[in-house]
Design a protein around this ligand. Structure first.
Ligand SMILES: [Zn+2]
Length: 61
């Protein structure tokens, strides 16, 4: 059976996995207010999704 000749070192594993991190989740701009928000989610600042009001507006003084 073909097998790797040498064990992959922790160093090599670390080097390979250095690219596994994810970038920021804020990937989209809100169409309504222009705020940066997570893609395919309701905007947390104005509560709209695809131009439609989804969240009930909080009463501000
Ligand atoms: Zn918004």
């Amino acid at each position: 059976m073909p097998n790797p000749k040498h064990k992959t070192t922790k160093s090599k594993v670390g080097m390979r996995r250095s690219h596994h991190h994810t970038s920021t989740i804020l990937g989209a701009k809100c169409e309504n207010c222009g705020e940066l928000k997570q893609a395919h989610t309701v905007c947390p600042s104005c509560g709209t999704y695809k131009g439609r009001k989804v969240l009930a507006e909080t009463k501000e003084v």
